[in-house]
Ligand binder design. Sequence first.
Ligand code: ADP
Ligand code: ADP
Length: 231
Amino acid sequence: MPKIEFENVSKIYDEDTVALDDVSFTIPEGEFVILLGPSGAGKSTMLRVLNGLTQPSEGTVTIGGDEIKGNRSDVGMVFQEHYLLESKTAFGNALSGALSRNGLLRSALGLHSEYDKKNALEALQTVGLLEEAGQRAESMSGGQKQRVGIARALVQEPGILLADEPVASLDPKAARDVMRYLKKAADKQDLTTVTSLHQVNIAREFGDRFLGIRDGEVIFDGDADDLTMER
Ligand code: ADP
Ligand code: ADP
């Protein structure tokens, strides 16, 4: 059974905006997929449909055979804007990923289990920030903040990790760094991962498979070799 399945999915925001146009594909468990395409192609919409933030207008999206209904705690998300709490430490931000498992009240009261704390430290180690655990987010670089964002998603213990343009606001070196840690985290925890990017040269170094998106349609589906031949 494929981990993720899009079956004839369309998303029509209004009559002039068809963000996804009859899209079908499947992603097997553990694959690291990169969505490539220009701004406005429909990449964010695809990711938002996957984490239940948006409903498709037509078609079905399933995760492990179950149709998506609403927000799912087994889908972790990394954003272009990191959405960290700036005055909290890297550790505190990573720990907040446990919120969706523990419920709001426990988290608001700061009732974190030893299990969560151990997980947060492990996640920081995975993204190479164990020594920075006590640093406040506001004092960290853009790349480090994105890595904390990845750690926070890992603490949620998802089966699927989605990243929407996670390196778009970073310089090429920091962008590669973040992608390297994202890939490492995905491999380590055997996550099915879908990341949107617009830099083909960076994407090529990390993806198992590439979906090219344009005007709401999948116009390319292949591996790094196919991608090279395309260019
Ligand atoms: P990408 O992530 O590839 O930049 P998006 O999925 O954000 O693409 O956008 C696809 C299309 O849908 C664009 O034309 C965009 O303007 C439109 N769109 C995205 N979100 C909304 C929304 N909430 N309401 C109306 N139109 C939207
Ligand atoms: P706050 O702003 O509420 O103090 P922090 O982000 O500083 O939040 O930390 C959240 C929790 O994590 C606190 O209980 C703090 O004591 C603990 N903590 C912070 N840094 C570390 C660390 N490096 N190792 C273990 N626990 C830590």
